[in-house]
Design a protein around this ligand. Sequence first.
Ligand SMILES: [Zn+2]
Length: 303
Amino acid sequence: MSSRIDTYLTSSSQTYSPPSHPRTLCCSQTSKFFCPSCYNPHSPVPDFELPFKVDVILHDDSKTATGVHLKVLNPNNVNLINYEKHEKHEKHEKHEIPDYDKSTTVILFPDFGTENPSVDISTLKGIPEKLIVIDCKWTKTGASRDEGFKGIKRVHLSSDSPTQSRYWRWHTEGTGMLCTLEAVYAAAFTCSSIERRDGLVNMFYFFGLQRAAMEGGKGGGDGNSGKKGKGYKRGVLESEIDGRVLKPWEEEYKRRMGEERKQEGGERQKQQKEESRKKKFKIKQDNEEQQEGKKSEDNVVIN
Ligand SMILES: [Zn+2]
């Protein structure tokens, strides 16, 4: 499963060149590969057949979510549900989670607790009609506890799924944390017939291009990802560079990142100084007030 993805990503990086993917205007914004508003691709995309329908619950900035790639590539079978938006605008109302058929829907959410443990997706009897996946930052799983998902069977990926993410965004959770796209691929691979498995790797079409744009392209990704992202830079600095010689642009980012950190450090120092100054002032004031109090007490005694 893993080597298929790697081969595919390598071929994406050979296909990609900045002039062949110029920024295109759609919905009054430009983007490189697809429109982040109407989800139309800017050039023909390869197809693949998903074994189930997928609902992606977006709990993150949708522009950076890999679940969006799925929607662009397979619009008829993929549904995006913007959870974050509901949370913001309808604070006290129930989120608009569809009324799922619990007998045919599963949610990809590993849970090895005792209350509602997830089951290995390869052990399911039959193939689910719908897979729900929560596309969120690694640390934000609030959506998974939503009432709307109550009673839906939880599944986790089978043990032969890849554990090393190829996603370039920085995170601290270590191995075993896949991005949404990688997780759906692994789930779909498990549930697909052998004939359909080969085509599934096309799910990585935009993933591969974005990755290639970021690594080799002059302008970085399509604004959603790429060299400009702080997380990515940290990734470059702290994990991806282990044991190899830095590419020139990585050197450049390392230098800039160092400067940024220095600046941030400077800002912090300034703030700390300001706080301690305020504190000192407060103490002085308190002392003065005490003195005043004493004086007035003295006065009382005298008079
Ligand atoms: Zn558009």
